[in-house]
Design a binder for this molecule. Structure first.
Ligand SMILES: [Zn+2]
Length: 465
């Protein structure tokens, strides 16, 4: 891997080609899956797999174009697997790992074209840190201004945007002329603040792929003609029309699923229907947290026989294994990623996946905010994020079956013994059990190789609780 951070689109392609080449002499090789997934601007959504297992695990990154750290993270994992194959032999025998490092190539190109106006290839890490720290500082100040009520109208340019105020669609290389043309048209048609292109989460249609689900509650508001603005540092961006972030669909065309979301959804559905899907890891960039709870069930999904309580306990337990290896900050390894526990309605595509499919976590990688470059304001911290999440993946996959077994036992125990609980109380009771039992599991893991023995212990603990 190259020494500096911040990959543009071509560098991502080169890096992946290198990884594939390197893996050729290993027991397990990375292969590119021929999928013919093309975006409207004719860019490929590339999909790589490794391993021989019947069961599949899917890694997704950069639904949001501006969340480039998530793509770099998947490259890091792919490269690590190739260079440290021994550590992964068991996992690769048991599972097939699927990597889709850029779900949204158009958005990735748009954002990184803006980044490259100030951070050229091969810039020294210290210089990158300086620019990114300034960006993050301004971004936070912009948040504070909104929080403190200092912003009265939503046309004012944000300070972090002003750092990139000269960046426009013109910075997109001619090689991507369809992307460039579409963004140019969007600038002419809609109100896009100067510099907002730096955090371009949407695709070249100006549609946010993660918001692009029919269950998104904002759709009916947009249909009713409401003008919707983003909160905080994005408060000068309107998302009721196509643009950089959060617009679920183009009102003039009616609700359409974007090609990118169709491909990913069909792929997951096919794996699920053939009983091959074990888990989904979906990477986003800022927050330092794990979103695991499946949302409330929509009426038209009721015939899918989804047991939300059971699914939530499975997911939560899995998230605990993952969480145990994470830390937000290099200097304080005790502060783990937060796990979100509250119920919600389906707002995003990933929220929908969590309802439909087995084990699914959305991980916000960096505690630092400031898409796309805020996470690079401290490169040591950036590197430790990569490492800790690598360990989290290894651990959660290694104990995936145990995690499911233990959470099944907890679910069944509550189901049989505590039938007076409503759904919310049931889930909260499950969370409590899992928290308690997870501590015990940590004690047993180093000593007991035999999962059955751990499970016997767990049963005893539950019965005595
Ligand atoms: Zn995101």
């Amino acid at each position: 891997m190259k020494n500096t951070v911040i990959y543009d689109y071509e560098e991502v392609e080169d890096e992946i080609n290198e990884i594939i080449k390197k893996s050729a002499s290993n027991t397990y090789h990375f292969i590119e899956i021929e999928n013919n997934w093309k975006t409207e601007c004719d860019l490929s959504i590339r999909h790589y797999s490794i391993g021989s297992g019947m069961k599949h695990i899917v890694f997704l990154a950069t639904f949001h174009g501006a969340e480039i750290i998530s793509t770099e993270f998947l490259l890091y994992i792919m490269n690590y697997i190739v260079e440290n194959e021994k550590e992964f032999l068991e996992i690769l025998k048991e599972y097939t790992l699927n990597f889709i490092p850029i779900v949204n190539p158009e958005g990735y190109i748009i954002t990184t074209s803006a980044i490259r106006t100030q951070i050229p290839r091969n810039m020294e890490a210290l210089d990158i840190e300086k620019i990114c720290s300034k960006y993050l500082r301004l971004y936070k100040e912009d948040d504070d201004k909104v929080i403190n009520g200092e912003i009265t109208d939503n046309t004012e340019l944000k300070n972090y945007q002003s750092m990139f105020k000269k960046s426009t669609y013109q910075d997109i290389p001619d090689k991507y002329k369809r992307v460039k043309k579409k963004i140019e048209e969007m600038y002419q048609k809609y109100k896009i603040p100067n510099g907002a292109i730096i955090a371009w989460c949407a695709n070249a249609n100006g549609i946010d792929l993660n918001a692009n689900t029919k269950y998104n509650r904002n759709i009916s508001k947009i249909e009713n003609g409401e003008e919707l603005y983003m909160p905080l540092r994005y408060s000068n961006i309107r998302f009721s029309e196509p643009g950089p972030i959060n617009c679920p669909y183009d009102k003039n065309k009616g609700f359409l699923q974007e090609k990118e979301t169709v491909f990913i959804s069909e792929f997951l559905e096919e794996l699920y229907n053939s009983n091959k899907l074990s888990a989904i890891f979906n990477y986003h960039s800022t927050g330092g947290l794990i979103d695991q709870r499946p949302s409330e069930l929509e009426d038209d999904l009721k015939d899918r026989n989804i047991n939300l309580k059971h699914k939530t306990l499975n997911n939560y337990m899995f998230a605990k294994f993952y969480q145990s290896e994470t830390y937000k900050n290099l200097n304080n390894k005790d502060e783990k990623y937060d796990i979100l526990k509250d119920s919600s309605v389906i707002k995003t595509l990933n929220g929908l996946y969590r309802v439909l499919y087995p084990l699914d976590m959305l991980v916000e990688l960096s505690e630092l905010g400031g898409n796309p470059i805020g996470p690079y304001s401290n490169i040591d911290n950036y590197n430790s994020i990569m490492k800790s999440n690598l360990e989290a993946i290894k651990k959660s996959i290694s104990y995936l079956k145990l995690s499911n077994k233990v959470s099944d036992i907890i679910y069944n125990y509550i189901e049989q013994n505590q039938d007076e609980l409503n759904d919310e109380e049931f889930i909260n009771r499950g969370y409590e059990f899992i928290d308690k039992i997870y501590e015990k599991i940590e004690e047993y893991l180093p000593r007991v190789e035999d999962a059955e023995k751990i499970i016997e212990q767990i049963k005893k603990i539950i019965e005595n609780t």
